[in-house]
Design a binder for this molecule. Structure first.
Ligand code: NAD
Length: 735
């Protein structure tokens, strides 16, 4: 055999060991070459009488992350060119054959007549876990970092190499559907309990255990190929099946609002597949897979949530002329809501933190958050006491600025007040090393003007976190007019170290994310003022694809903060900068009724102590007119939610705040949950087409006002038939 991705050796018992260890890569990935080599191995194992069976293992720290999604993308572009040259039918046949080749390869392994066992030493996801499922025996290492699972649904796909069929034959149907819908990564014990793996063993023993299983003379036959096999939940058309399927449809609707074709395809593939023998079932799965792979949703989600996010995480915008740095120590000034969490995520990444507040008590209070968060992890069995101690030892809580003398970077998170910030900057710069970087976590103050407080504005930058910092994966890195490359590189190295995704934006009021999300909240407020029932506003926003309704979101970020932002905008930009209807609504909520949001358990919702939140009945009294829900155009209301954000995203491109469409798309999904199936706020426009989007904006502007008016950039793009990714491709390398 001619192998490069694998090593193949046979021991004295006639058991082969196939070690997957691709040269020059840190992680194994399924490529065309890997498939070709695996095919040779299967032929050899099946045909060589001296080989009793084969164990598949990995030579890397992780087992494998799965298939190379760019390989799948490649089928898409080949399909497009073939359809033009040879016609649709021929192209479709090519596409179907190509995209099911992995499924066929795994089926060949499963039915080759010799036993295959797999020894999973580390993360094994997607197509790699589907390989595991096609093996006859699965041993997994009991390591802390080991995860298995089928996360394809998170990029708009589903496990199309037999995953849906094998999972649904290993588990109760309801459980299988849940696992496939969610795409969660599972710890070894969870996977064993669910029946997805057979055995857990210490990492050093997994290969021996797998070999031992083969040595006992087990047949190489999957349970479903045994004529006596019965489905775990019984037949689809049975009283038990009828308990599952209507509920499954309802859950699908609830979880996706019918926005995610891949999830619907999972339902189809499992429902149809479970009524067929395995080979036909796999063919049905492949048909759905080929369809989903060509869906705009899958293409958009793969591009944004896999390709672009990966590129940004690897530092796509990092200036190449600055050598990489590994942050070892930082200072955090202000141990309040944000500062305390920034200290926690930094310490979690092994970075030493000097956490400063006005007095020892305030600093200690900030550090106590880390104690609490780690204790929560311990209670859930996800951390050990020693890990909490180690993390706390990384944080020095103090009011003493002198402790910053050897810190290469400081992040300021004190009150959102120019005078307070100016004072803090002065105090910090008096002790900080001359070449250190100063970062501000401000959410509204322009970085350029804050940098005026520093004699070295080139060393000044914005690092804007989102709350809750522990959970939100996005960080906006903001460039002031004079911010230099070294500050940007240092900030990006830090964001990478804490394993978050950065977008780099130019300075402007609200930067990128807040500009878009404030529009979303505004639209909810305006609908309420128009007389749309509050429940309808919330539900339609979710049906449009937003994770939470605008009223609920406003409750989370606080209504009094909204009121303050409005007043600040009025002061800085004039009365016309705010909507009178929104101002009247917030004035009543905040100043008259003292409803501040979740924080005082009173906002657009009521938050009872021991019951779920409920919309505040008093909202109806704040509506001068009440519209009849049956007369409202639901599609128009849904469009308003997405268009108001997307048009603002387009304006940030026109303003030069966003220079790379990948950042707007990734930022809009990670930062404020913009309809992920769309691929993000700019992909939403690109996939709709600029012309259609501009027409939609014009129609909404005519009816609802100039906030929907498209910028000139969009009109130009519409006239030329351009997309953001086409027009701004050149910016990809700009940093
Ligand atoms: P906060 O009021 O919870 O915390 C501010 C902390 O700064 C307090 O602990 C206070 O004691 C401390 N402080 C004030 N003056 C100080 C001084 N002179 N020296 C040392 N410490 C001082 O506020 P927060 O919500 O954490 O916001 C902090 C910053 O983060 C603001 O700039 C805000 O705009 C920004 N931000 C907030 C959010 C959010 O969701 N709250 C999100 C992103 C950014």
């Amino acid at each position: 055999m001619n192998l490069t991705a694998f090593r193949f050796e046979t021991d004295s018992d006639g058991i082969a060991l196939l070690t997957w260890d691709m040269p020059g890569r840190s992680m194994n990935v399924i490529t065309q070459d890997v498939m070709r080599e695996l095919n040779q191995v299967i032929d050899t194992v099946a045909s060589d009488a001296a080989i009793k069976g084969c164990v598949i293992a990995s030579g890397k720290e992780a087992f494998s992350g799965g298939a190379d999604l760019t390989m799948l993308e490649g089928f898409g572009s080949q399909f497009a060119s073939m359809a033009k040259a040879d016609g649709y039918d021929k192209a479709m046949q090519f596409f179907f054959d190509g995209t099911r080749s992995l499924s066929q390869l795994y089926r060949k392994l499963e039915t080759c007549g010799k036993p295959f066992a797999i020894a999973i030493n580390g993360t094994c996801l997607g197509g790699a876990f589907e390989l595991a499922l096609s093996c006859h025996y699965r041993v997994v290492a009991d390591g802390e970092k080991v995860r298995v699972g089928l996360p394809e649904v998170k990029v708009g796909l589903f496990p199309g190499a037999g995953g849906t069929q094998r999972v649904a034959r290993l588990m109760q149907t309801g459980d299988a559907l849940q696992m496939l819908f969610k795409g969660d990564q599972l710890r070894p014990q969870q996977a064993k309990t669910m029946g997805l793996v057979h055995e857990i063993a210490p990492a050093a023993e997994i290969i021996d255990k797998a070999k031992a299983w083969i040595r006992t003379g087990n047949k190489g036959m999957a349970p479903w190929d045994d004529p006596k096999f019965r489905l775990p939940s019984g037949k689809v058309y049975s009283p038990a099946g009828m308990m599952v399927w209507p509920a499954a449809n309802a859950i699908y609707r609830r979880e996706t609002q019918d926005n995610y074709p891949a999830v619907k395809a999972i339902l189809h593939a499992v429902y149809e597949g479970l009524q067929l023998p395995m080979d036909l079932a796999l063919r049905v799965e492949s048909r759905w897979f080929a369809k989903i792979l060509r869906s705009p949703e899958a293409r958009a989600m793969i591009r944004t949530l896999f390709v672009s996010m990966g590129e940004l995480n690897k530092g796509a915008r990092r200036p190449a002329n600055v050598p990489p740095s590994t942050p070892k120590k930082i200072g955090v000034i202000g141990a309040g809501f944000m500062g305390a969490s920034i200290a926690y995520v930094s310490a979690l990444a092994g970075i030493e933190v000097v956490l400063i507040d006005r007095d020892q008590e305030a600093a200690d209070k900030g550090k106590a958050l880390s104690h609490k968060l780690m204790t929560d992890q311990i209670m859930k069995g996800r951390a050990k006491t020693a890990e909490r101690d180690a993390l706390l030892a990384h944080i020095e809580a103090t009011p003493d600025y002198g402790k910053l003398a050897d810190v290469p970077m400081v992040i300021e998170a004190v009150f959102e007040d120019r005078a307070v910030k100016a004072e803090v900057i002065k105090k910090v710069l008096a002790v900080l090393p001359a070449d250190a970087i100063f970062a501000s976590n401000t959410s509204t103050l322009p970085i350029t003007s804050l940098a005026d407080n520093s004699p070295k504005p080139e060393q000044f930058i914005g690092i804007h976190f989102f709350s809750p910092v522990e959970r939100m994966m996005l960080v906006e890195v903001i460039l002031g007019k004079k911010t230099g490359d070294r500050a940007l590189a240092t900030a990006l190295d830090f964001v990478r170290a804490i394993r978050k995704t950065p977008i780099v934006v130019n300075d402007s009021r609200g930067f990128f994310a807040n500009r878009c999300v404030l529009n979303y909240i505004l639209e909810g407020h305006l609908m309420l003022a128009e007389g749309v029932p509050a429940a309808m506003i919330e539900n339609l926003a979710k049906q449009a694809g937003m994770p939470v309704g605008p009223l609920s979101l406003n409750d989370e970020v606080a209504l009094d903060l909204g009121w303050k932002i409005l007043q600040a905008a009025k002061k800085d930009l004039g009365d016309k900068a705010v909507s009178p209807a929104q101002e009247a609504l917030l004035d009543a909520m905040v100043n008259k009724f003292e409803r501040y949001g979740r924080k005082n358990r009173k906002g657009f919702y009521d938050y009872p102590e021991k019951a779920p939140k409920k919309l505040w009945p008093g909202l109806a009294d704040l509506q001068p007119t009440k519209l009849d829900p049956d007369t409202l155009d639901r599609e128009e209301l849904k469009h308003r939610f997405l268009v108001t954000q997307a048009v603002e995203a387009a304006r940030t491109v026109e303003d030069g705040v966003i220079v790379d469409p990948r950042e707007a798309d990734v930022g809009s999904i990670l930062g404020f949950g913009f309809a992920p199936y769309s691929g993000g706020a700019l992909s939403y426009i690109d996939f709709m087409g600029a012309k259609k989007f501009v027409a939609l904006c014009d129609a909404l502007a005519a009816k609802h006002g100039p906030r929907f008016a498209p910028p000139q950039l969009l009109r130009d793009m519409a006239a030329k038939g351009e997309t953001f990714y086409g027009r701004f491709a050149a910016n990809k390398s700009a940093a």
